[in-house]
Design a protein around this ligand. Sequence first.
Ligand code: PLP
Length: 405
Amino acid sequence: MGQHLKSKKLNNVCYEIRGPVLQRANELEEEGHRILKLNIGNPAPFGFNAPDEIIQDVIRMLPDSEGYSDSKGLYSARKAIMQECQKIGIPGVGVNDIYLGNGASELISMATQALLNQGDEVLIPAPDYPLWTAVVSLSGATPVHYICEEDNGWQPSIDDIVSKITPNTKAIVIINPNNPTGAVYSREMLEQLVAIAEAHELVVFADEIYSKILFDDAVHIPIGSLKADILCLTFNGLSKAYRLAGFRSGWLIVSGAKDRAADYIEGLNILSSMRLCANVPAQHAIQTALGGYQSINELILPGGRLLEQRDLAHKMLNEIPGVSCTKPAGAIYMFPRLDPEVYPVRDDEQLVLDLLNQEKILLVQGSGFNWHEPDHLRIVFLPNKIDLADAIERFANFLGSYRKQ
Ligand code: PLP
């Protein structure tokens, strides 16, 4: 019996960010080693604490959080998100177009499950945040990866996207600011993407969870704010900018061509009802988060801790011979390249495992982000400057053993 218990639906589903390498890291921790975890975008453990006013409000509201809420979520929280939509320019969004979830992750899973059938195709960036490829595979549809070009600041290749559209293409995923590359897309780029979606009647899945983590003069343009006749589903939440990943609090905004999507919206409503509602105490955090003091700005403006860490990591990585790294304009990750002429890596998971065993530093291999060559890694720049510098120095020393002789 034991051999075939797992559903075949899971055959092509993987999520390497919490894959076998993390299991090895956990084993090492149990043996008493200290592991520097640069593998997960989880701000709070690195001293990026959530704003206290949010925590205090949730504590105050806890006695009122005992019951289920409406399946879509608390009215007050959805009203705050509706007002946020007005502020950032996503038109025509009412409280009923908003769904709250246990993190954006749950809603990403619901939105794909409600849309897709076997044989459908979904355009997903490469590299991607691998949840997208996983949920599309789980839904029975086929993920089709479009290339983002490193030598063009990791912007999506429009030619590649166009060449991969078929009559079965049903949706396109746009992650902006991007995980793992840190790219932020220009208005021109977004306009080209929505023009393609409009021409081919593709649903747009806009993953904008890093929309408030921007560096230098980067500006985030919500896709839902662009004038186009498309159905747009925008995902965001409290995990990153508000450092509340553990609360599991995210939202989905449905905007644009809703009138042509009544049956899909009905499907979303069914899935939303089936899981009853999102965690209610965490829903209480949303109104204060969006309406309160935006402390993220202190971290990303000049002198801000996150900005300084980005600059340090970027400089140090680029100083390693044979390593190059685009400067992220947003989010909390870097996706450096190991020149195959210098480091002829054949198995990037093995490289990451060797780094873990030798230096007790945990990264994620590029192939875990559906990157097609074993020549990239993702590093999270959340640790303080001392730990970050130490980690990158040790990484550089380690790489020496991988150099072509
Ligand atoms: N989308 C992207 C691009 C992410 O990087 C993450 C988390 O790392 C998520 C979605 C999931 O966020 P949540 O914590 O709201 O489920």
